[in-house]
Design a protein around this ligand. Structure first.
Ligand code: C2O
Ligand code: CU
Ligand code: CU
Length: 502
């Protein structure tokens, strides 16, 4: 990768000009982003003309005394994303988003992923409390069923054609998602469609009077750019890891998709809805507004108490479970969710159209759950994780503690059960994600965390030149896991680190 003039100025800009001016100086119209905009060449639809699709539920192929078994086939398909055009995708069961898997807390889910693509894949359950063998280490490839193992040389545990991912699901109800995690190629493979929801339900969540059934809706927000023929545009370098140098900060599209549909519209009753919002974009952050969002859950499930947000910042990898109340709006009202960090086509996300009055016995209770606060004073050690741009040889890359990811190197040994403080620092925007167990945000720049940091998190949105302290405690499953930046271009350009639990 060449370090382009723009990239070089970007790197300078942070130290010379200060972080605050960085976005506006170098990324006009895209403030709040560490990324570059890619523009579509296809004709784009009018916003709010395409109905919101709801991904279908995956059906178990078998249930036995202890587990539910699923088969998901990763294959190429075509999707009509822009009306009248066909977009080739890589899809779980040929769909984008993939089918939604629903697990019962405490009951094992086994998903057999069969790879009928032409590229190796890895599946990670994001937010899953998963044994290492099934966590989707980036070199634990599933090679294409059609054969050929020219890709197998990175020392991982390689499967041919398919792999059984075993999820014990011994964790609270939460909105998880599964996505590709192949070493060096996560960005392009997720962008082309390899992402889906995986929800965990439990008795505690079921017993709450929150909206349910048809009024409990997962929303996967992504941004994409399209070529004239409807295919996805992505600035990959043929067969190579990472992206063209101009896009190393991250790839932004100019079309906002929700559940794979451009700026969709959903007809709703005048009632409360639970929306499980996921930012599955490669690099784009959103500032959602237009409705009061009553947050009831975060990455790791229910909050102790609801938190109301007029605006909600959501970075790649994060989830916010919110309740929105349409009951005061007469039929005919249209409510649009805007994105305060977008401009032009990306300033809008989705529209809700209230179509009828309806009965609704849902409420949002003042107490939702119990969240055991982790006491930082009891931490046994503090670790530093510095997320910043650097060089590997004469190539620009994204580094953690000045080192690029090496799948064979372990950067930290953590004893199960120990409470640690992880102090994470950033140069630019980095959504930092930790596998295996959720954490709690203790502070931001030494101050109290943001209201949106409440509860159990697995991804924390670091802003430029910021530091956060996380209270981290892994409960069980000894093995090798990852922490990394969830800006997928940063991830592919080496911003990952392996830790080992024992
Ligand atoms: Cu959602 Cu390691 O990633
Ligand atoms: Cu994860
Ligand atoms: Cu990053």
């Amino acid at each position: 990768m060449r370090l382009t003039r723009r990239g070089f100025l970007g790197a300078l800009g942070v130290s010379a000009l200060g972080a605050a001016s960085f976005g506006s100086l170098l990324l006009p119209g895209a403030s709040g982003q560490t990324a570059e905009l890619l523009r579509s060449k296809a004709r784009l639809p009018e916003p709010f003309t395409v109905p919101l699709p709801i991904p279908p539920l995956a059906r178990p192929v078998r249930r036995d005394a202890t587990a539910d078994h699923y088969l998901i086939t990763q294959r190429e398909a075509e999707a009509e994303i822009l009306p009248g055009l066909r977009t080739p995708i890589l899809g779980y069961d040929g769909m984008f988003p993939g089918p939604t898997v629903v697990s019962r807390s405490g009951r094992r889910t086994v998903v057999t992923h069969r790879n009928e693509l032409r590229v190796p894949t890895v599946v990670h359950l994001h937010g899953g409390h998963t044994p290492a063998e099934s966590d989707g280490y980036p070199t634990d490839l599933v090679l294409p069923a059609s054969g050929g193992d020219e890709h197998a040389g990175m020392g991982g545990n390689v499967a041919h054609g398919q792999r059984d991912y075993v999820y014990p699901c011994r964790q609270r109800a939460a909105t998880l998602w599964y996505h590709d995690h192949r070493m060096d190629f996560t960005g392009p493979q997720v962008y082309r469609g390899l992402a889906g929801f995986h929800l965990i339900h439990d008795d505690e969540d079921d017993a709450l009077p929150l909206p349910k059934g048809e009024r409990d809706i997962p929303l996967m927000i992504t941004d994409r750019a399209f070529a004239e023929d409807g295919s996805f545009l992505y600035p990959a370098m043929a067969g190579m890891a990472g992206v063209e140098a101009d896009y190393m900060e991250g790839v932004l599209g100019d079309v906002v998709l929700v559940n794979g549909a451009p700026w969709p519209v959903l007809d709703v009753d005048a009632a409360r809805y639970r929306l499980r919002i996921l930012n599955a974009s490669n690099a784009r952050r959103y500032r959602l507004s237009g409705l009061p969002f009553v947050q009831v859950g975060s990455d790791g499930g229910l909050l102790a108490r609801p938190v109301t947000h007029q605006e909600l910042d959501i970075a790649p990898g994060e989830r916010f479970d919110v309740v929105v109340d349409f009951s005061h709006h007469p039929p005919g009202t249209e409510l649009t969710v805007h994105n305060g960090l977008g401009s032009g086509s990306t300033a809008q996300v989705i529209r809700f159209r209230v179509t009828r009055r309806a009965s609704d016995d849902s409420t949002v209770p003042d107490v939702l759950s119990e969240v055991e606060p982790l006491d930082p004073a009891k931490a046994v050690r503090t670790r530093e994780w510095r997320f910043r741009r650097g060089e590997v040889g004469d190539h620009a890359a994204w580094l953690i503690n000045d080192r690029p990811f090496d799948p064979r190197r372990v950067d930290a040994d953590v004893a199960l059960g120990d409470l640690e403080i992880w102090r994470v620092t950033s140069d630019l925007h980095h959504p930092v994600h930790v596998h295996l167990d959720p954490f709690q945000v203790v502070s931001r720049d030494g101050e109290r965390p943001d209201p949106a940091d409440a509860g159990w998190k697995d991804t924390v949105d670091l802003r430029p030149s910021e530091y956060v302290e996380l209270a981290v405690r892994f409960t069980d499953h000894a093995g090798r896991y990852l922490m990394h930046c969830h800006n997928l271009e940063h991830e592919d350009m080496a911003m990952m680190s392996a830790f080992r639990t024992r």
